[in-house]
Ligand binder design. Structure first.
Ligand SMILES: [Zn+2]
Ligand SMILES: [Zn+2]
Ligand SMILES: [Zn+2]
Length: 358
């Protein structure tokens, strides 16, 4: 890497400024090499796996299956070890500074595909569209089932490096009575931005990313001081959705997918648009897999919370999917400082991802 391309700067997340990233490419802060990560399970069928076809009797009770008749492609079951559950008879014990909120909620598992070790980029577009449809259906059902539920977090851990405890490809759904702090921070800050500038900050980011080039001139001489190729952050573009490499990426290969038109709630994506979302997702994941060489990742959906402020936040919040491939393990510096360290220049990472031939 040439001297010119070296970056050493703290980048401020435009949405949540307290979440900054140290981009330091010159010397790796991370001694961990990719090959030290445990490989993922790529088998198609595993006789002993409770999530494989033929072992349906080994899973907790089924919540829904898709398609409803015939061999299932996607299957949703209760979680055997839920982190949140039913109301408890005994009230919470609060003492002094030891305050708690009841762990009421739902924790469920979506078996994303009948093939055991299939990765998202290996699934067909129609299958992925159906999977996003299942996400929507369950999210809607959960919100309608209990008005105490304020947020439904849908996420996926794929591969041991991303903390997947069950090798069979699956997503998880956690419905909670509180709004998670990082969603709350995005919602709060984007509402503040809206109050000041009367536009959605996520829409503004998309506009910026779609601006191909900006030139900064010297005020006195008129000479060109710097040319910024802003379009360099686009990884994939569909008709309705866009995949962006964030300027302040916390993870080396982090990519976000957003609807091009303003939309606060994932539940508002129309059925016919899920195909485009699936296409952008599949192509983005294929790029990541090609560049990283077998991507292991977490992804999660951020959508407007269904709390009392839901309508008020609809113009300022913009739902999105954050994809965070795990190529290294956080170090003491990161845990101690709260500063994410990214050792790959996000502009160059985006360039590499775009260059993949699909
Ligand atoms: Zn399996
Ligand atoms: Zn927007
Ligand atoms: Zn987010």
């Amino acid at each position: 890497m040439s001297e010119q391309n070296e970056v050493r700067e703290i980048r401020i997340n435009p949405i949540v400024p307290s979440e900054s990233v140290l981009v330091a490419t010159a010397r790796s802060m991370r001694p961990k090499k990719a090959e030290e990560l445990a490989p993922r399970d790529t088998r198609k069928h595993v006789e002993t796996c409770p999530f494989c076809r033929g072992n349906e009797h080994k899973t907790p009770p089924v919540i829904l299956s898709w398609p409803p008749a015939g061999d299932w492609q996607i299957r949703m079951v209760e979680n055997l070890y839920p982190v949140l559950g039913d109301d408890r008879e005994q009230a919470n014990f609060n003492f002094g500074l030891q305050q708690t909120i009841d762990g009421y909620g739902r924790h469920e598992v979506i078996i994303d595909h009948h093939e055991h070790g299939i990765a998202v980029h290996e699934m067909s577009e129609s299958h992925l569209a159906a999977l996003f449809g299942v996400y929507q259906t369950r999210m809607r059902q959960l919100f309608e089932s209990d008005e105490r539920l304020k947020y439904v977090l849908i996420f996926k851990n794929f591969g041991p490096a991303a903390g997947a405890s069950i090798p069979h490809t699956h997503s998880q759904v956690i419905a909670m009575p509180v709004v998670p702090e990082n969603v709350e921070a995005e919602v709060r800050n984007s509402a503040m931005h809206f109050a000041k500038h009367h536009h959605c900050i996520f829409c503004a980011l998309i506009d910026e990313v779609l601006t191909f080039e900006a030139t900064i001139y010297d005020r006195s001489s008129g000479a060109v001081r710097r040319k910024i190729n802003v379009g360099q952050y686009v990884v994939e573009r569909g008709e309705k959705f866009i995949a962006i490499k964030p300027f302040a990426s916390r993870y080396e290969w982090e990519v976000h997918i957003l609807p091009l038109q303003h939309q606060a709630d994932f539940l508002d994506v129309r059925g016919e648009d899920l195909a485009d979302l699936a296409r952008v997702m599949k192509r983005t994941m294929a790029r990541l897999d090609a560049v990283i060489g077998g991507a292991q990742y977490n992804f999660f959906l951020h959508s407007v919370p269904h709390d009392a402020q839901r309508q008020a936040h609809a113009p300022s919040y913009h739902w999105h999917l954050e994809i965070c491939p795990r190529t290294s393990i956080p170090t003491g510096f990161e845990l101690g400082s709260g500063l994410f360290v990214n050792t790959i220049n996000p502009e160059q990472a985006a360039e590499k991802l775009r260059a993949v031939e699909l």
